[in-house]
Design a protein around this ligand. Structure first.
Ligand SMILES: [Zn+2]
Length: 180
């Protein structure tokens, strides 16, 4: 299944922690038996997660890839992930279409010495905290996060800034009510 990453954003209405979700789920494989209610799009089967907000319309290109704006190597045809989606706010109960602006929308973001540090969600923020606090710089020890940790700007990891970064992340994590 693709397009399943949960993203935490600040609620556009109340500013508290809300979920941004992809409007569709994409399933690969050839099991067409369970295709009821799913749309066929090339090798993908597509499920509408919010049928009243987003109806599936196949993108008007030949290309049947899923891509997201942070991966420049991909063909910019096909379906763009992390773009048009739905915000769901448990605090103010808003459920609405929301076009993702990143990292401006990020709930987990911190301004550290003039640079913005962000995480996709609470789980990623915890990984980031653990990595910043560890004395061992070993991104490969964090499966699924190695690439982003490797690309973390050095300013967040200097001896001078590490303590500050860790305190800021810890403070934000302490404010949220557990959801997972
Ligand atoms: Zn809200």
């Amino acid at each position: 299944m693709r397009g399943a990453v949960m993203i935490d954003i600040g609620s556009p209405r109340c500013g508290r922690r809300a979920v941004w979700d992809e409007p569709f789920e994409f399933f690969g494989g050839r099991r067409r038996g369970e295709a009821e209610g799913l749309h066929q799009w090339g090798g993908w089967r597509v499920r509408e997660k919010y049928p009243s907000l987003f109806a599936w319309r196949a993108p008007p290109t030949w290309s049947r890839v899923l891509w997201s704006g942070d991966d420049q190597r991909r063909d910019p045809g096909g379906y763009r992930l992390r773009h048009q989606g739905v915000v769901r706010c448990p605090a103010c109960h808003r459920v609405a279409r929301h076009r993702l602006r990143w990292p401006a929308d990020a709930y987990f973001q911190w301004s550290i010495r003039g640079q913005t540090l962000w995480a996709w969600n609470a789980g990623d923020a915890r990984v980031l905290l653990h990595y910043v606090e560890s004395t061992l710089r070993a991104p490969e020890r964090y499966p699924g996060h190695a690439k982003s940790l490797r690309e973390l700007p050095a300013v967040f990891l200097t001896a001078r800034n590490r303590g500050l970064v860790a305190r800021r992340i810890r403070a934000t994590l302490a404010e949220i009510t557990p959801r997972e």
